[in-house]
Design a protein around this ligand. Structure first.
Ligand code: BG6
Length: 463
């Protein structure tokens, strides 16, 4: 059995708004995540009242990070994917000068990681932007936001250039098509044209951020981040095959622009067919040319596409709606489990881009039981991760260049879609519940020791 390469990065992935809490501490401004306290698909609360939500404290990583990072180190992590909350650095988003307390907070985090030789992989924007940019500018619908984002990116590149060598621009950039308020700060009911215009501005910002990163931090690598929404044809009917190709292009389009630096031909047709006219300047076209160094993505599930989608019940999985695959089982949240799909996806992305790939999210959300003696026997999680990692190994054997793997939520955290804590992903159990009760104490689950042995053995213990 082949071992994973020595240089392969092993770790976990978290996002600021799902772990930190402390939403009003350290001079932080209000973000889109704070006003969607019950998740991406929950209601808006601009926080005029004193009502408290789970995310306000989350798992209190803001104060407990030394303990949590020590646990990650104990598992043998060589990297940790985390995000910087833009609204900690620029509370409104349009200031000239950053908030020093916000910058100092991440200094401390990176110093802690350095102690254990854990390499940070930093997402600049993971499902949150300063709320003032939404209220006063109309989010990414306004191209001034490109300037504000670049100011933020330059600020953190300058500050952390010695600590952070791996960066990601926008988390799951393709999700804006499904949740535009979280993705690009425009109303959920925006038209397709408005959504793509805002996305265009974000793509320009992403490309200019790649350029800026290369200029400011020689040797650093910066990638994009896609929600890997793999779709199979529901049947072998050619029309279904075409539907799956088109379904996949909805998300691959983002990668195509971010890797190749221009809009693909099939999108021109899509815009024509849907009467979408984007305002794209010559300067924008030039700005888009800076391709990423690597492609990162999340993968939880796959789904099916049909030429007659109205005939089938579509289910919302990880943000996308897809037709369930009759050959697969699903998690407690209805997300279909498809380890082999990960190999398919890795090969597909490698064939398409020939860029190193990084699996920066993969995991199983499940209800865990903490026993009276502080154990969590999460064999189902071990089995999910084992089967997916086996497929990563297969893809390596296929010749795919894979930089690393960070499982989603190495510690239980608040879910992005619904703002709940009962959906747990971690190797570490956090004693906190949907009703806000709990001690916040951390416990090692059975999967903790398992992941530790996977990393230590470079995959030899996988079954
Ligand atoms: C991805 C996001 O969509 O899926 C994460 O990047 C999110 O932020 C993860 O937490 C799992 O989704 P959920 O809704 O179960 O938290």
């Amino acid at each position: 059995m082949k071992l994973f390469p020595e240089s392969f990065l092993w770790g976990g992935a978290i996002a600021a708004n799902q772990v930190e809490g402390a939403w009003r501490e350290g001079g932080k401004g209000l973000s889109t995540s704070d006003v969607l306290p019950e998740g991406i698909f929950g209601g808006l609360d601009e926080r005029g009242s004193e009502k408290e939500y789970l995310k306000d404290v989350a798992i209190d990583f803001y104060h407990r990070y030394p303990q949590d990072i020590a646990l990650f180190a104990e598992m043998g992590f060589t990297c940790l994917r985390l995000s910087i909350a833009w609204s900690r650095i620029f509370p409104r988003g349009d200031e000239e000068t950053p908030n020093e307390a916000g910058l100092a907070y991440y200094d401390a985090i990176f110093a802690e990681l350095e102690k254990y030789n854990i390499q940070p992989v930093v997402t600049l924007s993971h499902y949150e932007m300063p709320w003032a940019l939404v209220k006063e500018y109309g989010g990414w619908g306004d191209r001034q936001v490109i300037t504000f984002f670049l100011r933020y990116a330059r600020t953190v590149f300058q500050r952390y250039r010695h600590q952070v060598r791996l960066w990601l621009t926008f988390n799951e950039i393709n999700m804006s098509l499904h949740a535009p308020l979280t993705g690009v700060g425009i109303p959920m009911e925006s038209s397709l044209g408005e959504i793509y215009q805002a996305i265009h501005h974000q793509l320009v910002a992403s490309s200019l951020t790649v350029k800026t990163c290369h200029e400011m931090i020689p040797g650093a690598k910066i990638g994009n981040m896609l929600l890997g929404g793999l779709q199979y044809p529901l049947s072998s009917k050619p029309a279904d095959v075409m539907a799956a190709m088109q379904g996949n292009r909805h998300w691959l389009f983002f990668g195509d622009v971010q890797v190749r630096g221009e809009y693909p031909g099939y999108m021109q047709r899509y815009f024509r067919d849907n009467n979408i006219e984007l305002h794209i300047t010559d300067e924008d076209r030039e700005a888009l040319r800076h391709g990423v160094d690597f492609v990162s993505f999340s993968y939880y599930m796959s789904g099916c596409a049909s030429a007659e989608p109205e005939k089938y019940l579509q289910e919302r999985g990880n943000i996308l709606n897809m037709i369930p695959n009759p050959h697969l089982s699903a998690s407690e949240w209805g997300w279909q489990i498809d380890p082999q799909g990960l190999r398919v996806l890795l090969n597909l992305l490698w064939d398409r881009y020939q860029k190193p790939l990084f699996i920066v999210e993969n995991g199983l959300g499940a209800r865990d039981q903490l026993t009276a003696d502080g154990q969590v026997n999460d064999d189902y999680r071990i089995s999910y991760l084992n089967d997916h990692l086996q497929q990563v190994r297969e893809a390596l054997e296929d010749g795919v260049d894979i930089m690393g793997y960070t499982s989603w939520g190495p510690i239980d955290l608040v879910s992005a879609s619904k703002g709940e804590l009962s959906k747990r992903y971690g190797f570490i159990y956090v004693d906190r519940h949907d009703d806000g009760t709990g001690t916040l104490q951390r416990y090692r689950k059975k999967s903790f020791g398992w992941y530790q042995s996977v990393i230590a053995s470079r995959g030899a213990v996988l079954k």
